[in-house]
Design a protein around this ligand. Structure first.
Ligand code: AMP
Length: 527
């Protein structure tokens, strides 16, 4: 049994938060060194020194080459999109620096060690991105207890809060009225997740999920930058956005203007470049016109998940929960109100709710594992022990196969939005006689063509008898675990040989790689 406080971490694109539960099961965010509940997900590197958070973000305009931000968007890629301090770094490693700093600050504040964490990921993250997130935790020296989908985390925190408001202290995870279907609309700094969840007594079921990993507040900021740069160019003939440092400064100004426009009808910006300066006023109306295309993308994703994936009518949605800082923009609330025909709820703190849900989930897991050291009141612990959280997979999962006339396809065994854990078998036929081993490639992705899917790993079915004819049947079973992990098994149906198979993950870092990256992170002086 591990010692140390159990925490939930929302590893966000722009902001991150860390939370734990107090004795009576109430989630609380652990403030960082600067006494802020949120830490900007920004890392400044210079030699063996790293600065994380607000100070790093403030440095972005003056020293863009030293700063990494929006790292989450690159999760799953072999390297961060550009060099930082002249170095090519993995997104996992940069995220680990952030995690390490958050952990250090939190340990100082609570006065004890933190060894295990539930880290949240967008529901739409595929296996490669999930593994990268888990590796980030490992590099930071954390035992990643579980990865949790952000909307599920939000729903958990919502259910808990609704219960508290209704004045109940026990039976924490009951839903007022017995059952509720919620649409969780999560628009953060870099990603959009739209998910339908059903909450029943202590039972959290994800019905369907859809999202865009490349749609978030940053895109709204960029529209303002484009607008400001165009206006400047029209006046003075040169484009300030072409200069990386100027562009970084403009991004900071644009975000400020955007946030201002959530509360006020107009915002001012001063664009300074090449010895000239332009005073710019942007009205909310103009801002809404220039970002209408982004809102439309969010609307389409929402419509898709409710109507097509969850197959629900709008009146079957009981509540619309807004999560993520970008839902503070009035245009988002307006879009949701029009689309869903009801007032979206903003009762939850959109910035902290995900970390809170992660902390609840961590305690549910620990209670279920019978951990005696969990610092929770007995009634709360027994409530958590009987809670069930059920998720769906967010992408089709299948086996690479040749289909006559179609070429190489993803032969889907577990369609997207299937509740997990789930396993499914299908019979495939050997393409040639006398094959003693066959490679099974596991694909994740929603396109039919294998080339447009991600190979998340492969395995060899070995030990097949040498006398198998062409088209001999082999049954392949794909199992998707509740933790999102994937396993493969295969059976030669001619002789009944059960072929032993082991999935070789294409993405996960080896223990050696994690050790090397961890060494690098540990060698940094982090502030
Ligand atoms: P999150 O990843 O959930 O922390 O969301 C961060 C995003 O929310 C960033 O793009 C912020 O600029 C944006 N954001 C935060 N507050 C506001 C606000 N009041 N109005 C508009 N956007 C906001």
């Amino acid at each position: 049994m591990a010692d140390g406080t159990l925490v939930g971490i929302d590893l966000g694109t722009t902001m991150s938060a860390i939370a734990r539960l107090d004795r009576d099961g109430t989630p609380e965010t652990i403030a960082n060194e600067a006494n802020d509940p949120l830490t900007p997900s920004v890392i400044y590197l210079e030699g063996n020194r790293a600065v994380v958070g607000k100070v790093a973000r403030d440095a972005a305009a003056d020293a863009p080459d030293q700063v990494a931000m929006f790292v989450k968007r690159d999760m799953g890629s072999p390297a961060y999109s550009r060099r930082v301090d002249g170095r090519v770094l993995r997104p996992e490693t940069l995220s680990a620096i952030l995690l390490r700093k958050m952990r250090m600050d939190a340990e100082r504040r609570i006065g004890g060690p933190i060894s295990r964490a539930v880290i949240t990921v967008p529901a739409f993250f595929d296996d490669v991105r999930r593994n990268a997130t888990q590796d980030a935790g490992r590099i930071a020296g954390l035992e990643v207890y579980d990865l949790l989908n952000e909307p599920t985390a939000a729903a958990l925190a919502y259910a808990m809060q609704a219960q508290r408001r209704a004045g109940h202290r026990t039976a924490l995870l009951d839903v007022p009225g017995g059952s509720m279907t919620a649409l969780v609309f999560d628009l953060g700094g870099g990603t959009l997740d739209v998910t339908v969840v059903r909450l029943r007594s202590k039972h959290f079921e994800t019905i369907a999920t859809e999202g865009e990993v490349q749609l978030g507040g940053k895109d709204w900021d960029e529209k303002i930058v484009e607008h400001a740069a165009r206006e400047f160019e029209r006046r003075f003939g040169s484009d300030p956005a072409e200069d990386p440092s100027r562009r970084a400064r403009l991004m900071v100004q644009a975000e400020k203007a955007k946030i201002f426009l959530s509360a006020m009808p107009s915002a001012r910006m001063e664009v300074v470049h090449a010895g000239r300066s332009l005073e710019l006023t942007i009205t909310r109306k103009e801002f809404e016109a220039m970002t209408a295309g982004l809102v439309e993308r969010a609307r389409v994703a929402t419509e898709l998940v409710v109507r097509k994936e969850a197959k629900l009518a709008w009146d079957q949605i009981d509540t619309v929960l807004m999560v993520g800082g970008s839902t503070r923009m009035p245009m988002i609330k307006d879009m949701l109100r029009k689309l869903c025909g009801k007032e979206p709820s903003d009762q939850l703190d959109p910035d902290q709710v995900v970390a809170h849900g992660a902390a609840i989930h961590a305690s549910i897991l620990a209670a279920k594992a019978g951990e005696g050291t969990l610092p929770l009141e007995e009634s709360i612990r027994s409530d958590f022990q009987s809670a069930a959280v059920i998720n769906v997979n967010s992408h089709n999962l299948g086996i690479e196969a040749n289909r006559p006339g179609r070429g190489t396809v993803n032969s889907v065994l577990i369609p997207k939005n299937t509740q997990i854990p789930f396993a499914q078998s299908r019979v495939f036929y050997l393409p040639a006689p006398g094959m003693t081993k066959v490679q099974v490639r596991v694909l994740e992705g929603d396109a039919e063509e294998a080339a447009y899917c991600t190979c998340i790993g492969d395995c060899w079915i070995t030990g097949l008898p040498p006398d198998l004819p062409k088209k001999a049947p082999v049954q392949v079973r794909l199992a998707y675990g509740a933790d999102g992990r994937v396993g493969v098994m295969a059976l030669d149906m001619t002789h009944g040989t059960f072929a032993r198979t082991e999935i070789q993950r294409a993405s996960k870092l080896s223990d050696e790689e994690v050790r090397r990256e961890a060494e690098f992170v540990a060698s940094l002086e982090i502030h």
